[in-house]
Design a protein. Sequence first.
Length: 473
Amino acid sequence: MTDAPTIEDAPARRADAAGWAPFIPPYTPPWPALPSLVRAMLRGDGDLLSLLPREAYHMKIGPLGYSRRSIVVVNEPSMVRHVLADPEGIFPKSDLMVHALEPLIGDSIFVSSGATWRRQRKVIDPALSMMRVNRAFPAMEAGCADAESEYDRHAEHGTPFSLDLAMSHLTADIICRTVFTTTLHSKTAHDVFDAFTEFERRVAQVEIRRLIWDKAWTRAPQKAPVLEACATIRARIGELLDTHLDAGASFDDIAQQVIEARDDVGAKAFTREELIDQLGVLFLAGHETSASALTWVFAILATQPALVARLRAEVEEVTGGGPIEFHHIKRLTLTRNIFRETLRLYPPITFLPRVANEATALNGYRLKKGALVMVAPWVLHRHRLYWKDPNRFDPDRFLPEREQEITSGAYIPFGIGPRICAGAAFATIEATLLIARLFRRFDWTLDAPERIRPAARLTTRPVEQVMCRVRPA
Ligand code: HEM
C-alpha cells in the first residue's frame, strides 16, 4: 500500500495522438464535516454524497459525521476485505438496507446471511456463469438492436430524450429477455418496470435525519406507495414465473436455470415465494446497477469526441468492420477500460453498508454494537492515499503497463470476497457490447452537461435527468 499522499491537482496527462487528455468529470467537492452536514440538511434531497466530509477521503478508518448509533467509514483495503468477508459473522448487511428491500426481495441472496445465503449463492452462481452469459449474448444483441431502432427515430426528428430513462429501459429490456425470455414491451414486464421506478423514487433506504437520530435496528414503516409497488412487482414476477412452471422445462433462460437448480444432489428446490425473491433480485440488481453505470459512461463520452474516435478505431480494428460478436468482447480493451474507469468514479452501488451486531474492534479501532460500518466504493475509489489524480477520468490507468498504480483492494465496484457481485461477468459483457455498438452507430450530445451532479440514491445517479440527442455517426 502506498502511504504517500497523492497529488489531486497533478498536471493533467498530455493529450494522446487522437487529441484526447484525461479530465475531471462532475462531482461535488467535499467540505469539512459540520458544513457538509448543514449542506446536506439544507438541500434536503437525501443525497449522502454531499454528507461525506473531506476527511473521509484521507483516513483509513474513522467516524462519518455525527450520529447517535455511530457511523464508521472503513477505507483501508485489508479492513475492507475483513468486513466484507466477515469470517466471524459479525457484519451482516445493514438493518437499514435489509428493512428497505425486504418487502421487495424478502430474505433473498442480496440481503441474507449465513447458511441461507450460502445455499442461495450455490444456486445463483451457475445461473450467471460465463457459459450462461455466452448463451444470453444473442438476447443482449436483440435488446440493443431494438434500442438502435428507437434512437434512429430520435435521430430522424432531432428530439431530445432522457439518457437516464433510455439506459433504464435498455438494461431492463435485456434483463427481461435474458432472465424471462420476454421483452419490456410485454404488459407484465412493463408493469414491473413502472412499479420499480415508483419504488426507486420513494423507498426510504436512508434518510439523513434517521441516520443521525435513530438507534440501530429502529424499524421505520415503509410508505404505502412503496409497499404497493413491491406487491405489484412480486405479483407480476409471479406471473412470469408461472409461465415457466406451467411450461415444464421448455425455456432456455436464467429463470429456468434458477428453477431447476439445487444446491446439493437431492436437495429441496426453492419454493414459489423464494423463487420470486431471487428473480426479484436479478431484476433489481441486474438492471438498475447497469443503467446507472451506462448513464455515466454515455454522459462522459458525449462530451469527449476525441476519446470516442479512439473507441471507434478500436471497434473497427477488432471486428474488421463486421458485427460485434461474443469473442470480440475481451479484445475491446479501451471500451472495457472506459467502463471500468466509469465504475471507479461513479460506482453504481455507492455504499456497501454493514452493521456490527456485537461490540468489536477493527485493527484496534473500537466499534460499538449497532454501529453502521460503511465500506464506500465511492470514497475508496477517490481516496487520496490509494489513487494518483483520484478525480481525473483516465481509462488508461487500467492498462497492464500501469497496473502497479492500482492498490490491491482499492477498486471494488463489484464488491470483494465471497459476496462479490454474482453478475459481474454479465454486466461487463453487456456494457462492453452496448458501448461499442451504440457509439459506433451514433454521435451522442448532451443538452446541458454543466448541470450534471451525482447523488447517491438506490444507485449513483445524476440529481436531475440528463437530456441527450443522437445523430447517425
Ligand atoms: C455495473 C453493474 C453492476 C454492479 C456495479 C454491481 C455491483 C454489485 C455489488 C457491489 C454487489 C455486492 C453488494 C454487497 O456486498 O453489499 C453486488 C451483488 C450482487 N449482484 Fe451485482 N452489480 C452489477 C450488475 C449485476 C447484474 C447484471 C446482476 C445479475 C444479472 C447482478 C447480480 C448480483 C447479485 C445476485 C448480488 C448478490 C451477491 C451475494 O450477495 O452473494 N449484479 N453487485
